[in-house]
Design a protein around this ligand. Structure first.
Ligand code: HEM
Length: 136
């Protein structure tokens, strides 16, 4: 179980590297004017999303394996999994935004993307408190 949890935490941390960095690229893309800069950011967005998606899947798979394989229970796990479901939706929405930027169809401001960028930070804080403290 400890090996599985170690890999779970590894995949979680790697997933969050992408969830923190990709929206930051969106902030820069929403401010960019030069087409050479925009083309470079499109390439970075596409490659990063493609790289971090399987890692996110492995974070969820190892979490579910821990849950169902080792009999963890508790309200903390239900709320944690609900928050993680929201995180998966956030991830998929980032995938949609990669396509919107690739087609030069973005209409949102860089300010909007700065707030959007903070969502994973708040989810991470809540999930880590739930899984370590297990308050209920
Ligand atoms: C559906 C997705 C997930 C499920 C079902 C899940 C389930 C679990 C379970 C059962 C444990 C073991 C708890 C323990 O040993 O006390 C665990 C550990 C952990 N999970 Fe997840 N997890 C999921 C996704 C995530 C995500 C997205 C994060 C980060 C935001 C995360 C962060 C952690 C951490 C930090 C630990 C280690 C806690 C400790 O050692 O005390 N998990 N997870």
């Amino acid at each position: 179980m400890l090996w599985l949890k170690a890999f779970h935490i590894f995949f979680v941390v790697s997933w969050f590297a992408g969830l923190f960095y990709l929206p930051r690229i969106f902030v820069n893309h929403a401010m960019a004017e030069e087409s050479a800069v925009k083309e470079r950011l499109k390439l970075m967005e596409r490659k990063l999303y493609k790289f971090v998606t399987p890692i996110g899947a492995l974070a969820v798979i190892t979490g579910l394996w821990l849950w169902f394989g080792f009999g963890f229970t508790g309200g903390w796990l239900h709320l944690k999994t609900t928050l993680v479901a929201g995180l998966v939706a956030y991830h998929l929405y980032c995938g949609h935004l990669v396509k919107v930027f690739a087609a030069d169809r973005n209409t949102r401001s860089h300010v909007w993307f700065r707030f959007f960028n903070e969502v994973p930070v708040l989810v991470l804080l809540a999930v880590v408190i739930l899984v370590v403290v297990k308050p209920f």
